[in-house]
Design a protein around this ligand. Sequence first.
Ligand code: ZN
Length: 117
Amino acid sequence: MSSKNRLWREIPGYVFVALARRGMEKIPLDQCFLPGCDNNDINELEPFDIEEHDDDEKNIKIIKIKCHKCQGIFQFKLETLKKVAKKVGDSEEKPLSMGIAYALDEKGKNLGHIGYF
Ligand SMILES: [Zn+2]
């Protein structure tokens, strides 16, 4: 398996965005998030680098993607918050996690919060 496929496995297939009055929308992440580019062909997107940090509260992954349509590079910043549910009665504590996805440009400038996974 190529490293390209391995990196796609680190990226959620889609995230959820809350819409004001229409519930939740699913946003696929196999698209280019650079302004002015409408590439949504996974074959034209190439994840090529990953950085990962971990601490007690969250796990952060930054994945760089090359877009072969606009020739730009953008990054996904995936923050997974680790939480522990409160004990209910005698039941065991279950770890919960919630993730937030951001898009960054090549230099790390935030292009915006994409959604939750
Ligand atoms: Zn692009």
